[in-house]
Write a protein that binds this ligand. Structure first.
Ligand code: SAH
Ligand code: SF4
Ligand code: F3S
Length: 447
């Protein structure tokens, strides 16, 4: 008799246990995307479960970005939109760079918010959750001087094949236009041992590609003094099972030659091609010094793909300065660039500069820059036709009957596979390149 009875009590207990739910939306850079993976893991460990819509959630979190004014405004629009949900008993939390920048002012502007926490305080999230569950407000805003990094074993990674590892947090560079040193606090590195332990754990879970993250990975300083950044990069690459190691971002000032033989892609933000503007931006390198770094990369034994960030319309940028940025694009031959219109940010030294460039002129320069880069990319990508590359299979585009792949240089290479062949997601396959576009390549799988 007993053995045939269904385990009703257990099932009942499971189904009636209250499950706290949360929804998170992430803005901004890869550091923020990865922070959210760590925050999600932390919440799940605290007994919450993640849901995919605001309607289903008890707690709504925004992991915010304030790099430009537009990014910041998005957050306040979102908060205003969801105010009406407060009546349903939902709670709201603001995390990330806008949280750190605006602090408790967020409570004044959006009184329905109960949590405001910058990235340097995420370690304390479990205690803050208890506070907000008890109906109180919680803040995490005082940790910008901390030496500690946010490390957790519960990271909830969204991609099963390629994953991020933060190696350095914060920034001490204080470029004249940038909020990051104010929002992410001072520079602090994780020990190389803990980075390697996380990488090994990821390999055990099937990861083959790792991207090391930091605002300036080249400033990495192992607190245990064991490894330089180049040595850490080498050690991660030597872990059996790792196929590719990437890193973002590099600052030209600390960019060492020892790295150029260790990777196929370097993102080296230049910001401007004019030494005069670079000086006003407090980047502390000249156009010539930047081009020396590029020359050392081009002299490497392996072919490196180089990408960059450019800001147009920095205060006082003349037509001649802008022309220097355009000529730098020709000289370097980037595979891709991220372009931004200068946006004045709170606390930054460039706020006080005169000679603001009118919005319309910034937009014009942005257009010119983007169309110049498009021409460069058309020519650069065309050169790959007829070549062969190994790609990691990242997905399938059913409408086009194509597989989505990525090369070791981080280029998108979509491809078709012969009838009856189905490459596994996350596997590496050789592809012969047959056509090119400004931002991607097309090919056929080689079997
Ligand atoms: N740590 C990285 C960049 C982080 S921010 C580095 O030093 O290169 C990413 C990019 O945003 C920057 O490279 C810059 O191009 C852009 N950016 C930062 N502040 C900006 C501002 N106030 N206005 C416009 N673009 C900005
Ligand atoms: Fe900002 Fe400069 Fe630091 Fe990059 S190096 S995050 S641009 S202050
Ligand atoms: Fe934005 Fe903060 Fe990243 S300002 S770009 S989320 S470091």
């Amino acid at each position: 008799m007993l053995s045939t009875e269904p385990p009703t009590r257990y099932t009942l207990f499971m189904s009636t246990a209250p499950q706290k739910t949360f929804y998170v939306e992430t803005f901004g850079c890869q550091m923020n995307v990865h922070d959210s993976e760590k925050v999600i893991g932390t919440l799940v460990h605290q007994g919450y479960s993640q849901v995919q819509t605001v309607e289903q959630a008890d707690l709504i979190l925004y992991n915010t970005c304030s790099i430009r004014d537009k990014a910041e405004q998005k957050v306040f629009h979102r908060l205003a939109d969801y105010k009406k949900l407060l009546a349903q008993g939902k709670k709201f939390g603001v995390l990330g760079c806008v949280a750190q920048q605006e602090g408790e002012k967020i409570f004044e502007r959006a009184p329905h918010v109960s949590l405001v926490c910058g990235s340097a305080s995420y370690r304390n999230l479990p205690q803050m959750l208890i506070q907000i569950e008890a109906g109180k407000r919680a803040t995490g805003l005082d940790d910008r001087e901390t030496d500690e990094c946010f490390e957790t074993e519960f990271t909830a990674r969204t991609n099963p094949h390629r994953g991020y590892i933060t190696i350095i947090e914060g920034c001490d560079k204080f470029c004249a236009y940038c909020v990051v040193p104010f929002t992410r606090g001072k520079e602090r590195s994780r020990t190389s041992e803990s980075v390697l332990a996380e990488a090994r754990q990821m390999v055990d879970r099937g990861y083959t590609e790792i991207q090391l993250l930091g605002q300036n990975v080249n400033s990495y300083k192992d607190p245990a003094g064991k490894r330089s950044f180049a040595e850490l990069l080498t050690a991660v690459g030597e872990i059996p099972g790792i196929k590719r190691v990437r890193f973002t971002t590099s600052h030209p000032r600390d960019f060492g030659r020892d790295i150029v033989e260790l990777c196929d892609h370097v993102h080296l933000p230049v910001q401007s091609g004019s030494t005069r503007v670079l000086d006003a931006m407090q980047r502390l390198y000249t156009r010539e010094q930047y081009l020396e770094r590029i020359a050392s990369m081009k002299a490497a034994k392996r072919e490196l793909s180089i990408t960059t960030d450019v800001i147009v319309g920095f205060p006082g940028e003349t037509e001649a300065d802008f022309a220097e940025t355009l000529s730098l694009l020709d000289e370097v031959g980037y595979d891709s660039i991220f372009t931004f219109k200068y946006s004045p940010r709170p606390n930054t030294p460039s706020l006080a500069l005169d000679d603001a460039i009118p919005e319309q002129e910034k937009s014009r320069r942005l257009e010119v820059l983007m169309s110049k880069q498009k021409e460069i990319q058309i020519v650069r990508y065309r050169k790959y036709i007829g070549a062969r590359a190994e790609v990691m299979v990242e997905g399938r585009n059913e409408a086009r009957k194509q597989w989505i792949g990525r090369t070791s240089q981080n280029k998108t290479l979509n491809f078709s596979a012969p009838e009856g062949t189905e490459p596994k997601l996350g596997s590496y396959v050789p592809v012969s390149i047959t056509a090119s576009f400004p931002n991607s390549l097309l090919g056929e799988m080689v079997i």
